[in-house]
Design a protein around this ligand. Structure first.
Ligand SMILES: NC(=O)c1ccc[n+]([C@@H]2O[C@H](COP(=O)([O-])OP(=O)(O)OC[C@H]3O[C@@H](n4cnc5c(N)ncnc54)[C@H](OP(=O)(O)O)[C@@H]3O)[C@@H](O)[C@H]2O)c1
Length: 329
């Protein structure tokens, strides 16, 4: 049984090289030693503990999803070589371990995944071994509940098929300013802060799975509320969507209460070239600068690279002409 693993969460576009190395070491690294040993022994089973996080749409586990997807592929390869490998993409277990924290259990339950007792998980494992399976997912999922959440991140063919939501609508992009900014532009500085504090408290409550009426205390630390890194990333993404900002990945740790985070958001909004009215201006001027640099074959400045989307970076690496201003995604 290969069960080693660690989590060190970040969305896939923010995974640092060291983070990837740390997360892959116990997965793809450690399992290679067991593969050498497996080839030299007559095993009745070689079980690899993967994660449902490698199969289901999952914000924040870029490196962990890759490490676990590797185990699924490896099981198929080993099976082809005659080794009786089985990769199990587990949902969350109760009784301690990685999913053991009460707040995390509440967080994923709200999103449709409930904990499995070790007894239930072990029974499913035995069934997969008895069937001679190679690659299975074993998770306690309420698909109706999960489908609503999983497809909200990005419509996903497998989830849509499982929950029967029909064809996936084409992705849409919008350049509309978030309604919040229009509302804030009519307020005094103190009212803006109050409005942002309401927003942060409401999003924190949502991430924690509280009722909308159950407001968190503005000065309570996210860590004391039970936040972990995946929950922090979800909060950051929700705030980005509501404000149109690109809040830094560390903002939740650097500003660890709702009050501090609301102040930070206000500072970020005020720091925009034209607060509340033209949130696209920075992007537009950066795109214009990149376009003229590309025409002169000059590399963009580091600050411009920081604000690029993945698509823009790919276009830059390929040497394509940047999109005309305002037409990029
Ligand atoms: N628990 C769940 O709900 C859940 C859900 C999906 C998948 N899984 C998978 O199931 C496996 C077990 O999870 P768990 O909850 O039991 O995790 P856990 O309590 O965090 O234990 C992980 C184990 O991996 C060991 N480990 C970490 N890095 C290692 C390395 N480089 N080499 C060798 N061992 C290393 C740790 O050893 P030390 O304590 O000595 O550091 C620890 O014993 C993991 O692979 C995880 O990805 C678990």
């Amino acid at each position: 049984m290969h069960t080693a693993g660690i989590v060190d969460d970040a969305p896939v576009n923010e995974v640092a090289a060291g983070q990837l190395e740390r997360v892959l070491r116990p997965k793809s690294g450690a399992v290679s030693h067991l593969c050498e040993l497996a080839a030299a022994h007559d095993l009745s089973a070689f079980v690899l503990f993967s994660s449902a996080g490698s199969l289901l749409p999952n914000v924040g586990q870029g490196a962990y999803a890759a490490g676990n997807a590797y185990l699924s592929a490896l099981a198929a390869n080993l099976r082809a070589e005659g080794i009786p490998a089985l990769s199990v993409a587990w949902g969350a277990w109760s009784g301690g371990g990685m999913a053991g924290k009460e707040e995390f259990a509440k967080f994923i339950s709200h999103r449709g995944m409930d904990l499995m007792t070790p007894h239930l998980a072990a029974t499913a494992l035995q069934q997969a071994l008895d069937h001679g399976d190679t690659d299975v997912m074993v998770a306690n999922v309420d698909w109706a509940r999960a489908g609503k959440h999983l497809n909200a991140i990005r419509p996903h063919p497998m989830v849509s098929e499982l929950v029967g939501t029909g064809p996936i609508p084409a992705a849409t992009t919008t350049t509309e300013q978030p309604a919040l900014l229009t509302r804030l532009s009519a307020l005094t500085p103190q009212q803006r802060l109050d409005a942002l504090l309401d927003l942060v408290c409401a999003e924190v409550s949502t991430v924690l799975g509280y009722a909308r009426t159950e407001r968190v205390a503005p000065d309570q630390a996210f860590r004391d509320l039970g936040f972990d890194s995946v929950m922090g990333i979800e909060l950051r993404n929700r705030l980005n969507k509501a404000t149109g900002l690109r809040v830094s990945p560390t903002a939740i740790f650097d500003h660890p209460t709702s009050e501090a985070l609301a102040r930070h958001l206000l500072d970020e909004l005020v720091a925009e070239p034209a607060p509340f009215t033209e949130p696209d201006r920075e992007t537009a001027s950066s795109a214009a600068a990149t376009a003229s640099q590309a025409a002169r074959h000059e590399p963009p400045a580091a600050s411009q690279i920081d604000s690029m989307s993945i698509e823009e970076m790919i276009r830059m690496a390929r040497g394509d002409r940047p999109d005309p201003v305002g037409e990029s995604e």
